[in-house]
Design a protein around this ligand. Structure first.
Ligand code: HEM
Ligand SMILES: *[C@@H]1O[C@H](CO)[C@@H](O)[C@H](O)[C@H]1NC(C)=O
Ligand SMILES: *[C@@H]1O[C@H](CO)[C@@H](O)[C@H](O)[C@H]1NC(C)=O
Length: 550
């Protein structure tokens, strides 16, 4: 019954529209033209959709297959997204042994399965976009070193753009080069060394409550429920101080808003993108707009203050923001306006520091504490090194002394190899091209699975799965068969601009902790690395810290 009623209603409606449209055509020929062109637009849209959703995936997959590159089959519109979600769900509750670093089955199970079936280079589908996984170091080097703009950053989508704007991470071409020239002076080693004191002071503030806790306990042992959370706060403090100097309080407010934007971005990351959806007044979209406005307003106020101070010849300041403004002023000097960056662009760079430099560095520290907590012999070696090069608790930490911490550097590199915060990066081909003998069509996403490549036994040796910092004793370029095998900070012109910053911050923090405490991972720790944008312990890292010299 229902269906019959529905059908008749529909046909009635159809005939009504029919009639009215005839009437309109009679009354106004222009309206007929409008309708006709609408029909053309509709037909073109449908045709384009058919090409993108059906014909192209088929043709692309076939072209790759002829070159010997295979992969999981494309499914209409969703590609392999559903399988990926199912595979991730299936391993989401797995727990590893403390001594195991085999995180791939947990954090990228689809890649584990596909590498096993199809090899290091295979084709999969993110929705209807072809995604070529490139797990070969030579090919990756070609992708990351190519400066012609052939391998561009993929469009990150509205959520990530709200998060970062077009800062260094997502810009390309001339825009990127212009930004990089302005941002680079803030990250040179001589400038970073001046920030070491701030870094160590922030770390000192973090451990003071630990010391009090330990001193008040019977055995002199403090329990910190989640040292990862403490590092999240620490790195936020450090970036607020080093980026904004005396305005760090406002800077930290910006950071809180950015953190919420990051949650929003992640919660919608696996949705297939439909253009225009971001403009609907949904709860999430409204909140995103509100937060974005707050971030912008606060940062603008800080920058205006600096510009005013500079006008009064007080200088821009020695923090990241001041150094960027100074570089901008000299880039723009002599009428070279095209080399300078605008207010909005500098705001985007500030947001980028929070996003790119905060979680990543905090997780480096968390994983280093995990590895040192489970390898007491290395912990002791590092403690001796810190006491030798930097002195005891009373001695202030200087950049020069920190740069002499060779074993600490090796441990940090090994941490980044096994537990680097970024497990994969992507580039999109902007033209048809050839890579390592493989023809790749324009619009293909090339995926670089760093976490997998860091465990490649052909490159790192049979002990690739083990924690062995000694492999880095002759430097990062000699640790593996391939000179740029280490990809935690990426490689080439677009490698991480903050890597020295992160390493220095990590060394300062480890030095502060090592000279005061002996620590171990608490027995309740669950070893379940998880990826929420960055790689982190799923349930936090509880530790026990014993106060030394008491
Ligand atoms: C352990 C800590 C860190 C890790 C593992 C890390 C990792 C990375 C990686 C893998 C990239 C390349 C991304 C891509 O090509 O898609 C990158 C780029 C970048 N990182 Fe970091 N990063 C860290 C710390 C920092 C810090 C502290 C900052 C700044 C304060 C920072 C700022 C940036 C920026 C601006 C880029 C984009 C560079 C460009 O495209 O020119 N990072 N980082
Ligand atoms: C970048 O890729 C293009 C196309 O494969 C190639 O012609 C060019 O030589 C590459 N440039 C560099 C610097 O590798
Ligand atoms: C950068 O310099 C240019 C040219 O000197 C100037 O117009 C612009 O306002 C500056 N940007 C910022 C954020 O101060």
């Amino acid at each position: 019954m229902d269906t019959i009623i529905n059908k008749s209603t529909i046909s009635q409606e159809l005939s009504c529209t029919d009639r009215s449209s005839h009437a309109m055509v009679a009354m106004a020929p222009a309206a007929g033209l409008v309708l006709a062109s609408l029909a053309v637009v509709l037909a073109t849209t449908l045709w384009k959709a058919a090409v993108h959703l059906v014909w192209r995936p088929y043709a692309v997959a076939r072209a790759f297959q002829r070159q010997g590159i295979r992969g999981p089959a494309y499914r209409f519109f969703v590609g392999n997204n559903e399988e990926v979600m199912a595979m991730r769900a299936a391993t989401a509750d797995d727990v590893l042994d403390l001594g195991s670093h085999d995180i791939i089955a947990r954090v990228m199970p689809q890649y584990k399965a596909w590498v096993a079936s199809y090899g290091k280079i295979f084709l999969s589908w993110s929705g209807y976009t072809p995604s070529l996984c490139v797990g070969d170091h030579d090919m990756v080097k070609q992708i990351l070193s190519n400066k012609t703009g052939l391998y561009a950053k993929p469009n990150p989508g509205p959520n990530f753009l709200a998060l970062l704007g077009k800062g260094l991470v997502f810009s390309d071409g001339d825009d990127w080069a212009r930004h990089r020239r302005i941002v680079h002076p803030a990250f040179t080693m001589d400038k970073l060394k001046m920030m070491t004191r701030t870094m160590a002071e922030c770390a000192g503030d973090m451990v003071r409550p630990w010391e009090a806790l330990a001193a008040a306990s019977d055995g002199g042992v403090a329990r910190v429920d989640d040292v990862g959370q403490q590092f999240v706060e620490l790195t936020a403090d450090v970036i607020s101080h080093t980026a904004f100097g005396s305005s760090y309080r406002e800077g930290k407010e910006v950071f809180m808003a950015q953190r919420e934007l990051q949650y929003i971005a992640f919660s919608t990351m696996n949705n297939v993108r439909v253009p225009g959806l971001e403009y609907l007044p949904t709860k999430i979209n409204l909140r995103r707009r509100q937060l974005t406005g707050k971030v912008r307003g606060t940062l603008m106020a800080i920058i205006r203050e600096r510009q005013a101070a500079a006008k009064e010849a007080k200088g821009y300041g020695n923090d990241l923001l001041g150094l960027m403004l100074e570089a901008n002023a000299s880039a723009g000097a002599g009428g070279q306006k095209a080399a300078a960056i605008s207010m909005d662009e500098i705001i985007d760079e500030c947001k980028t520091f929070f996003f790119a430099g905060h979680d990543t560095t905090s997780h480096l520290l968390t994983w280093a504490i995990f590895l040192l907590g489970t390898h007491p012999e290395w912990q002791q070696k590092l403690r001796e090194e810190v006491l030798r090069e930097c002195g005891g608790t009373g001695t202030p930490l200087h950049g020069d002394a920190l740069n002499k911490l060779k074993l600490t550097t090796m441990v940090l590199y090994e941490t980044l190899r096994l537990y680097g915060a970024v497990i994969m990066i992507a580039r999109e081909t902007t033209a048809d091209t050839e890579l390592g003998g493989v023809k790749i069509p324009k619009g293909t996403t090339t995926m670089i699975p760093m976490a997998i490549m860091h465990r490649d036994e052909e490159v790192w040796g049979a002990d690739a799965g083990e924690f062995k910092p000694d492999r880095f004793q002759n430097g990062v370029g000699r640790a593996a068969k391939h000179p740029s095998a280490m990809l935690a900070f990426s490689a080439g012109p677009r490698s991480c601009i903050g890597q020295d910053f992160a390493m220095l911050e990590a060394k300062a923090t480890l030095a502060v902790i090592l000279r005061r405490f002996e620590f171990e991972v608490a027995p309740e720790y669950v070893h379940a690395p998880a990826e929420f944008l960055t790689l982190q312990p799923k349930c936090g890292l509880p530790v026990l810290l014993k106060l030394l010299g008491q």
